[in-house]
Design a binder for this molecule. Structure first.
Ligand SMILES: Cc1cc2nc3c(=O)[nH]c(=O)nc-3n(C[C@H](O)[C@H](O)[C@H](O)COP(=O)(O)OP(=O)(O)OC[C@H]3O[C@@H](n4cnc5c(N)ncnc54)[C@H](O)[C@@H]3O)c2cc1C
Length: 481
């Protein structure tokens, strides 16, 4: 039976976009349906990944400039206007938005604006904001509708003084004080971005601790960085109320300690809220199709991203963890490959994680604790940024790179970095890890000098020294093939 399209894709974020592009490369006819009638690219280009990174880049430049030339006795918020700080973000959004449109046109991917709902395993109905409806048929359907932040229970986001990840990108001034509610990755990124702009940042977290998935030593180093930046983190706190105090011309955040019940009030200019993410899986026809989701609404898929219905696939944030643009690109591509009979090989490879705080954090593979539990006899090697010539030149002395490897074979098990350039640096470690390499690679390979990459060599020597101390001679290690 001839259908309108080979594949119909709901959502134009990284999962949907990459599925469309891959399908086009296979010379398949693809249609992207996008509910947001103003722009394509989803959270990726418009409200999440790209704009926050563009803002981070500007804040980081200001931070480096201040470190080098001093602050003339004035905080960045007294010297820079938010309008100018956000100019880079506006430029990047404009170029990225036009690039995504050009790519779709060049690759002959059709787009339809409106809210997509799956009517049957091969049909999608699109409803535009003006109420007009249109139906399309396709051999396959990809659900890549993303996720959105849950609303806070105790207060309303007014997008004026109480903001979320969208409205923070449109503020008109750099606040002197900012309270961030939540401790996910993005909360930590924004905390360091605003701190670099001179803002006094306080984080209120409901959890026992933040970013507990990090290698312990990396987290300790980051704790030190937050402390140095005077960013206060209060754990196990529940926000009770947020509201204006006209007499003191500020916003008050009332919160309590979850254990003692003790209540406190903190004064601030702005509040930035990060809630848990919930999948955009409601009202898209899943109930009628009896398509499986978990308790929270995340769609369940197999390793090829196929749902329980053979013609329907799902990818990106709508299927849950790890909810990253980087991974969503790969998932969308995997789904397309499976639809059109191409098997992909990289399902075993280790995924890197990047946190774009200032400085960055990145990791791949096992943490030291995980490696000790799973492998047993492991060794770690450390390189501190303060000992790297590059970091000295660039005035970026905070940070460390840590290698985790098997003591006997030197097989690399994990790499963990906090420091400038971590999110790029991690890919060297990822390559060695995915090719099942050993720490010897870093001993034997010439790295450009001065670079942050040199940290790999320093950490490898440091780790090998530990092995040496446990009785293996240095000669033995270097002689081994
Ligand atoms: C502040 C912030 C910073 C981030 N930073 C990073 C980062 O640095 N690195 C990284 O890897 N990840 C980052 N992420 C995560 C990343 O943005 C997401 O993982 C990624 O965008 C998910 O891609 P997606 O394709 O699943 O969905 P999205 O990008 O959310 O796109 C989904 C699209 O589907 C559309 N849609 C929804 N329902 C329908 C429907 N029924 N019909 C048609 N269209 C529909 C939406 O309008 C949207 O355009 C960040 C997220 C946030 C919030």
């Amino acid at each position: 039976m001839s259908r309108d399209y080979d594949v119909i894709i709901l959502g134009s974020g990284p999962a949907g976009f990459s599925c469309a592009m891959q399908s086009a490369k296979f010379e398949k006819k693809a249609l992207i349906i996008e509910a947001n009638e103003n722009y394509l690219g989803g959270t990726w280009i418009n409200t999440g990944t790209v704009p926050s990174k563009a803002l981070r880049e500007t804040a980081s430049s200001i931070y480096r400039y201040t470190a080098q030339f001093g602050d003339e006795g004035r905080k960045p918020y007294e010297r820079f206007r938010m309008r100018d700080v956000l100019r880079n973000k506006d430029r990047v959004l404009a170029t990225q938005n036009s690039e995504i449109k050009d790519s779709l046109i060049k690759n002959e991917v059709d787009t339809a604006l409106g809210f997509g709902r799956i009517v049957d395993p091969n049909t999608v109905e699109v409803t535009r904001e003006d109420g007009t409806k249109k139906r399309f048929t396709g051999d396959y359907i990809l659900i890549s509708t993303g996720a959105t932040s849950k609303k806070p229970k105790a207060f309303e986001i007014d997008h004026s003084t109480i903001l979320d990840n969208r409205s923070i990108l449109d503020i008109h001034y750099i606040p002197k004080r900012l309270v961030i509610v939540g401790t996910n990755i993005q909360a930590m990124e924004f905390a360091t971005i605003f701190s670099a702009l001179g803002t006094r940042v306080t984080i209120l977290s409901g959890q026992k601790d933040y970013m507990v998935f990090l290698d312990k030593e990396i987290k300790e180093e980051f704790d030190g960085i937050l402390k140095e930046a005077k960013i206060s983190v209060f754990n196990r706190k529940r926000v009770l109320q947020v509201g204006p105090n006209p007499l003191r011309n500020c916003t008050e955040v009332k919160f309590e300690d979850k254990d003692s019940g003790e209540q406190h009030v903190i004064e601030t200019e702005l509040v930035l809220y990060f809630g848990d993410r919930k999948p955009n899986s409601a009202n898209i026809g899943l109930e009628e199709l009896d398509l499986k989701t978990d308790r929270k609404g995340f769609i369940q898929v197999d390793e090829n991203h196929r749902t329980g219905i053979p013609s329907i696939y799902a990818a990106g944030d709508v299927i849950g963890h790890p909810s990253l643009a980087s991974v969503s690109f790969s998932q969308g591509r995997t789904a397309s490959c499976h639809m059109f009979g191409i098997s992909r090989m990289d399902t075993e490879s280790a995924i890197p994680y990047g946190i774009y705080s200032i400085p960055e954090i990145a990791s791949v593979g096992l943490t030291e604790d995980e490696a000790r539990r799973q492998i047993g006899d492991v060794t770690v090697g450390r390189a501190y940024y303060r000992n790297l010539t590059k970091a000295n030149i660039a005035r970026t002395p905070r940070g460390m790179l840590k290698l985790v490897f098997e003591a006997e074979s030197l097989r690399l098990l994990g790499v963990h970095i906090v420091g400038s350039g971590a999110c790029d640096l991690i890919h060297t470690g990822q390559a060695v890890l995915n090719f099942r390499g050993t720490a010897r690679y870093f001993l034997d390979t010439v790295h450009n000098y001065p670079t942050y990459s040199e940290a790999y060599r320093v950490a490898a020597f440091n780790g090998v020294n530990y092995v040496h101390k446990t009785g293996v001679t240095y000669m033995d290690i270097l002689k081994e093939e």
